[in-house]
Each structure stands twice: as structure tokens, then as C-alpha cells.
Design a binder for this molecule. Structure first.
Ligand code: M1P
Length: 268
């Protein structure tokens, strides 16, 4: 596919409508590539309204899952690209202001948090420890008592141990007590770790960019913001944006259902 041509946003028939899509499980099967069918449908939709994706992982991942199968950069496929929930953002191929965990928290407070975490891990008596107890990411830190270098077997064993010993729950309770005033969210999502990020830096973060757009001269104030996601249940990472009063939420079981709903809603 050549980089798709597009009509200026303000000239589209539904110019105050935007469709935002989660990536994994919504535009693509989990961790896999987008199909030619959904890529074509998105370009047909783009003729009618604005389109964007909002993914939790970084742009490299979305490039692999969306851009590579289309054979063009992902930033040419969507009007808005929101990687890491919008901490990295593009509008019509141009970068919008970015943000990061370290910018937000500052070096001094981060050092205090990291030092405390490493001391706490050092004092933990758990069956196995490996390496990388703090993984520093752009939008968050990920903390793991066993360490992110754990093998698959060690992961499974830690997960089973943690169900009984509640290592992560207790760790999070202590951190909330000590650093609760910083406005951080602690989220136990996976097997061996928990994520720490500023409260509100979920997928609703990307809506800030749309609000900023509306304030620009000739900027569009989107009246209808459709959001499509598969993890829209409480505790799922689509929940906050799905239930936000600024969006019209759609729950899908996978890309096939996204296609079906888009065809019905937008007469495609
Ligand atoms: O997607 C859920 C979590 O998956 C991983 O967690 P773990 O390594 O503990 O299984 C991490 O990528 C984590 O950040 C993420 O929230």
C-alpha cells in the first residue's frame, strides 16, 4: 500500500466525529498483525471522519502490528497516533508534545522512590530472586520482587507463590503509605510485577491532546469521540476511556466485531 492520501480533517462529512481504537484485541488479534480487511476499512472510515489509535505500548510495537502489514509508516495510516496512551503522539504525521514519567516526577523524587524500592527488595525473603527489580520505562516504572529476568518457569512459580504470600499486595500497600501523596497509581496487572505511573495516565491521557487541538486556531472540537476496545471491564486497561463521559464506548471481542460495528455505524 502507498501512504494513503487523505482529505483535510475539516472537510470530512463527519468532521466533528473521531473514532479511537485500542490496538491489541481490537484492531489486531492479541500481539499479532492487522489484517488487510481492517486496514482497508480504516481508510474507508477515514474518508468520513477522523481516526486514531490509542495503545499502551510504544510506537515500535504499533509500527510492527499496523504499519508493517500495510507497508507504510503507521503515522500515515491514522490521523492521530497515540502510543503509550498518548505520551507519544502524532497528528497527521507530525509529533505532538510528548511526556514522560521522569519529566513528571523529577529526578529527586524518583531517586527517593527507587532507593526505597531497592532497599525493600533487598530485605524481602522470597524463594527466588533474579535481576532487574525496577524497569524504568518512558511512562512508568515496573517493579518486580523476583526481577524481570525471571525465566518462564520462575515467573509461573513466583505467581503461584505470590497468590499465597501476597508479596506484591503488601509491597504496594507500603508504597501507597510512603509515596501516596505523589499522585501515583500502583497497578498489579501481570504475573511478577506491578506498574507505577501518575494517576490519570491511562488511555484517557490521549483525550488531553484532542482538547488541546480544539483550542488551536481552526482546531476541531470533536463532539463525538467513539472508542473501541476489548478490555473495557473494570480493571481492564480500556476501562477508563471506555467509561469516560467524553467518549462513546464500544466493547468488542476482537477485530471481526470492530469491523462489523464500523460497517453498521458508518454505513461502510
Ligand atoms: O499487561 C500486564 C503487565 O504485563 C507485564 O507484567 P508481568 O511481567 O508482571 O507479567 C508487564 O509488562 C506489565 O507492565 C504489564 O502491566
Amino acid at each position: 500500500m502507498a501512504a494513503p492520501a487523505y482529505t483535510p480533517l475539516e472537510d470530512r462529512p463527519l468532521k466533528d466525529t473521531i473514532c479511537l481504537f485500542d490496538v491489541d484485541g481490537t484492531l489486531t488479534p492479541a500481539r499479532l498483525d492487522a489484517s488487510p480487511e481492517i486496514l482497508d476499512l480504516l481508510q474507508a472510515l477515514r474518508k468520513k471522519c477522523s481516526i486514531g489509535f490509542v495503545g499502551g505500548s510504544d510506537l515500535i510495537k504499533q509500527e510492527e502490528q499496523l504499519g508493517k502489514p500495510a507497508g507504510v509508516p503507521v503515522t500515515t495510516l491514522f490521523d492521530y497516533c497515540f502510543a503509550e496512551n498518548g505520551l507519544t503522539a502524532y497528528k497527521l504525521g507530525e509529533a505532538l508534545p510528548s511526556n514522560s514519567f521522569i519529566k513528571w516526577i523529577g529526578e529527586d523524587k524518583y531517586k527517593e522512590l527507587a532507593n526505597f524500592v531497592l532497599h525493600y527488595v533487598a530485605d524481602l525473603d522470597i524463594p527466588v530472586k533474579r535481576g532487574t527489580f525496577i524497569e524504568f520505562r518512558n511512562g512508568m516504572v515496573n517493579i518486580s520482587p523476583v526481577g524481570r529476568n525471571a525465566s518462564t518457569k520462575e515467573r509461573n512459580e513466583f505467581e503461584a507463590y505470590d497468590k499465597e504470600a501476597k508479596v506484591r499486595e503488601k509491597f504496594v500497600a507500603v508504597l501507597k503509605e510512603k509515596f501516596g501523596n505523589l499522585g501515583l497509581t500502583f497497578s498489579i496487572g501481570g504475573q511478577i510485577s506491578f506498574d507505577v505511573f501518575p494517576t490519570g495516565w491511562d488511555k484517557t491521557y490521549c483525550l488531553n491532546h484532542l482538547e488541546n487541538e480544539a483550542k488551536k486556531p481552526n482546531g476541531i472540537a470533536y463532539k463525538n469521540i467513539h472508542f473501541f476496545g476489548d478490555k473495557t471491564f473494570k480493571g481492564g486497561n480500556d476501562y477508563e476511556i471506555f467509561s469516560d463521559e467524553r467518549t462513546i464506548g464500544h466493547t468488542v471481542k476482537g477485530p471481526e466485531e470492530t469491523i462489523q460495528i464500523l460497517k453498521e455505524l458508518f454505513d461502510l
